[in-house]
Write a protein that binds this ligand. Structure first.
Ligand code: KG4
Ligand code: ZN
Length: 337
């Protein structure tokens, strides 16, 4: 079964052609980083205007690379949400229009579920139950995966998402957007022990996350360091040490929670997804903290937002419901699965 998957939930427009849930024939992503960089974050109105200009071109390119046409496609899938409302509307409108024009069933899938499905489709031999972990710019969520399609949410962030915290700290250090990769680069040469920043504690809710306290601690430290500097400008060394110390505390806090959840729920397989899984120190810390667990990472091109994870997941959803969704399907802003 050939599925065309559309991802248009934030600032990237993606389209992929995937056979039977895992064989990726093409996976095209048009990034908007150039557009939003000068503002230090995503401007929703600009993102939507760019999607209107590029989404159809991205779809054409995905078909061209896969060497297929609409007559070969069995299902059109789209990320229904959560995401930016305007972007979701554009993705859904395009998917529905193509479905009507070419008489192909259409289906909406959850963006968060698709992120941990990305790790599943990359490894194939996953056994359930497993833990699903999404660490992205918009979400930090933990799910117990009983089997594909059956989930129990066991934790989420109560304020900023982990990627958002990376982006905000990067902005405080005058680094370009998106900040995650910039912090990681800067941290490589920094002293992670120089500052002690602490991840937030959540009363009674073991597996929820909080990053806003950590972010504020960094903000105050930057102000103190600037005050102490003769020219009131951060030295490169201090910037590096702040990046390294922040990264280490954000990641250690996250890794410990995830591993604790795996032990509590007695699962050994962990599917991880979302842009922050690009971070090498994150991967290293997981293995250093508990090498007995089986970590499954998204393959090449599957960490950040992409159409392949949407097409792959839609294949299973379609097998399960045995029909497409109604054309009345609306964007969904909720992460619930
Ligand atoms: O999954 P994604 O494309 O978007 C959402 O669905 O939100 O993730 C983007 C996020 C951004 O916040 C970006 O800074 C972060 O992933 N990110 C990283 C790294 N690469 C991307 N964070 C930390 N380290 C990285 N190497
Ligand atoms: Zn995403």
């Amino acid at each position: 079964m050939l599925v065309l998957g559309i991802e248009c939930t934030c600032d990237d427009a993606g389209c992929a052609i995937v056979r039977d849930g895992c064989e990726i024939l093409s996976n095209v992503v048009s990034s908007q980083v150039d557009l939003h960089k000068m503002y230090g974050g995503v401007i929703p109105e600009l993102a939507c205007r760019r999607h209107v200009d590029t989404l159809l071109l991205v779809i054409e390119e995905a078909l061209r690379i896969a060497e297929v046409s609409f007559s070969d496609i069995d299902l059109i899938a789209v990320a229904q949400g959560p995401g930016l409302i305007g972007a979701l509307f554009i993705g859904l409108a395009v998917a529905k229009a193509l479905s009507v024009a070419y008489q192909i069933p259409f289906i909406g899938v959850n963006h968060i579920e698709a992120h941990f499905y990305a790790a599943y489709m990359s490894s194939k031999t996953t056994s359930f139950p497993a833990l699903g972990v999404v660490l992205s710019g918009g979400h930090t969520s933990l799910f117990l995966i009983k089997e594909l399609g059956f989930y129990e949410k066991i934790g989420e962030t109560v304020d900023d998402a982990i990627g958002e915290a990376f982006d905000k700290v990067a902005k405080m250090l005058n680094l370009p957007y998106p900040g995650g990769p910039e912090i990681e680069k800067l941290a490589l040469l920094g002293n992670k022990k120089r500052f002690s920043f602490k991840g937030g504690r959540i009363k009674n809710k073991n597996f929820d996350f909080s990053f806003s306290g950590l972010k504020t601690a960094v903000l105050y430290q930057i102000a103190r360091e600037k005050q102490m500097a003769e020219d009131h400008i951060l030295s490169l060394e201090t910037k590096r040490d702040i990046a390294a110390s922040f990264q280490e505390s954000a990641l250690t806090y996250t890794v410990n929670k995830v591993i604790q959840a795996a032990h509590t729920y007695q699962v050994t397989t962990i599917l991880l997804g979302g842009g922050v899984t690009h971070n090498r120190r994150l991967r290293e810390l997981f293995t250093l903290t508990d090498a007995t667990l089986d970590y499954r990472w998204p393959g090449e091109g599957l960490s950040l937002d992409n159409g392949a994870m949407i097409a792959g997941l839609a294949y299973h959803k379609y097998q399960f419901q045995k029909k497409g969704d109604s054309l009345n399907l609306e964007p969904s802003l909720h992460a619930s699965l």
